[in-house]
Design a protein around this ligand. Structure first.
Ligand code: XMP
Ligand code: MG
Length: 187
């Protein structure tokens, strides 16, 4: 889909499809090197991480399996509440496995921080995180993230799995929304 198809809703394209593809290839090479000869369980966080998972998994040479978790950390608005609820738990026991959490975006970090302690308590052999996007200026907790695709400004972004009211997930790029879409002030 091209930018023009979105009319006035999109403010700008922040990261193009080509940039995402190149970054995922880079991340996959680093991940393959880290897990050389070991099986990895990729844990995707629904729904936002679907695109990252699909493209990253295909870029990896490592032996991987995939599982999914759905958590909810937001109320109605666009701010993380820090209160996390499991909507769908993993199907598999991760004890003794090398687990790699695949995230779309780390904003405040509250969701991931909760996820790390929850999954960590299940005694995986190792537990790491790869995220396509991170907003350093929005961090409320300090988390070790081994692989980060792009550090981005503290703006609400959509596309490539990320939504605003369930819309825009299918955009092949990451863009910022025009303030009128989410009720913010125009600048
Ligand atoms: P926290 O603040 O806990 O948030 O790190 C993590 C989850 O919040 C969602 N999120 C976003 N979704 N555009 C989106 O479409 C954004 O800019 C954005 N920031 C946070 C996302 O689900 C992420 O996993
Ligand atoms: Mg998410």
């Amino acid at each position: 889909m091209l930018e023009k198809d979105l009319g006035d809703d999109l403010k700008s394209v922040l990261i193009t499809k080509e940039e995402i593809d190149a970054k995922l290839a880079e991340l996959a090479a680093a991940i393959d090197e880290e897990y050389e000869g070991r099986d990895v369980l990729l844990v995707g966080v629904l729904k936002g991480a679907v695109m990252v998972m699909a493209d990253l998994a295909r870029a990896l040479s490592s032996h991987v399996t995939m599982d999914w978790m759905a958590v909810s950390s937001y109320g109605a608005g666009t701010q993380s509440s820090g209160v996390v609820r499991i909507l769908k738990d993993l199907d598999t026991d991760i004890k003794g496995k090398h687990v790699l959490i695949v995230e779309d975006i780390i904003d405040s970090g509250l969701t991931l921080s909760w996820l790390l302690s929850n999954l960590g308590s299940r005694e995986p052999a190792s537990l790491e995180v790869v995220t396509l996007l991170r907003k350093p200026d929005a961090a409320k907790v300090d988390i070790e993230v081994k692989w980060v695709g792009f550090d981005i400004p503290n703006e609400f972004v959509v596309g490539y799995g990320l939504d605003f009211s369930e819309q825009y997930r299918n955009l092949p790029f990451v863009g910022t929304l025009a303030p009128h879409v989410y009720g913010g002030a125009e600048d």
